[in-house]
Write a protein that binds this ligand. Structure first.
Ligand code: 4GM
Length: 231
């Protein structure tokens, strides 16, 4: 999987990928992360990437020329997808992650300030994605969320111990509570059932915990799960 990230702050992407599981995936050539800076494609001596909005209003708007030229400079493989990270996008969820993981190349446009000149969307026609109903100072953190979530789904990124199959959202329920040593911590005990070695009882206990936790915290997911198991 190749990630090409168009950003005015390439170090944000490069630095954040240099830890833990993503770092290992980069070293093992399971993923590759490139950055393209639209500022390098500006044509004026001040390297200007934004300007005031026509019609007035607060803030600045990203100009089309540096973004479209930067986009055109990217080598695109046959099976590639282009996404724009913005609060106006479709909600990002596990289903989106699986869809994106099926591509060989993901090109991402990160915005800043008040957003993109609309003609960037009209020319590039990206799939527009939002990681949640809030506004950030830039699209870099959402792009990193996409890199991280998609990389986890790619064969070879996670070790056997970190397997993605058993994760929340694989079946739409939240995780059960986990415990490790010691058996007692500040007067709090590990549930007895986890110590008795009865795998069937443990599995039932965990499933009950998942259902209860999902019902309490995410009634929206609980409804979907219950309706699905009703058929
Ligand atoms: C406006 C247009 C994404 C602002 C494009 C980006 C939140 C999200 C930005 C942009 C962002 C999100 C930058 N804020 N909810 N800010 O995924 O890239």
């Amino acid at each position: 999987m190749i990630f090409d990230v168009m950003t005015l702050f390439p170090e944000m992407i490069e630095n954040a990928c240099n830890f833990s599981i993503l770092k290992r995936a980069l070293e093992n050539n399971i993923i590759k992360v490139n950055t393209i800076n639209p500022r390098d494609f500006t044509l004026d001596k001040h390297k200007k990437v934004d300007d005031t909005p026509y019609g007035g209003g607060a803030g600045m708007v990203l100009m089309p020329q540096p973004y479209v030229d930067a986009y055109d400079s990217i080598d695109k493989c046959e099976n590639s997808v282009t996404i724009m990270l913005s609060p106006q996008g479709e909600p990002f969820c596990d289903k989106t992650v699986n869809e994106l993981a099926a591509f060989n190349q993901i090109i991402m446009l990160c915005g800043h300030y008040e957003g993109f000149d609309e003609r960037i969307r009209e020319v590039i026609k990206p799939r527009e994605i939002s990681i949640g109903d809030f506004v950030l100072t830039g699209g870099e953190l959402p792009a990193l969320c996409v890199i991280d979530a998609v990389s986890r789904k790619i064969e070879g990124t996670l070790g056997k111990i970190e397997s993605a199959d058993e994760d929340s959202f694989a079946d739409g329920l939240l995780e059960y509570p986990q415990y490790t040593k010691p058996r007692e911590f500040r007067g709090l005990h590990v549930p007895e059932v986890l110590l008795n070695g009865n795998h069937k009882e443990i599995a039932e206990f965990r499933q009950r915990c998942r259902l209860e936790r999902t019902r309490q915290r995410r009634p929206d997911l609980y409804e979907i799960y219950i309706n699905k198991s009703k058929g």
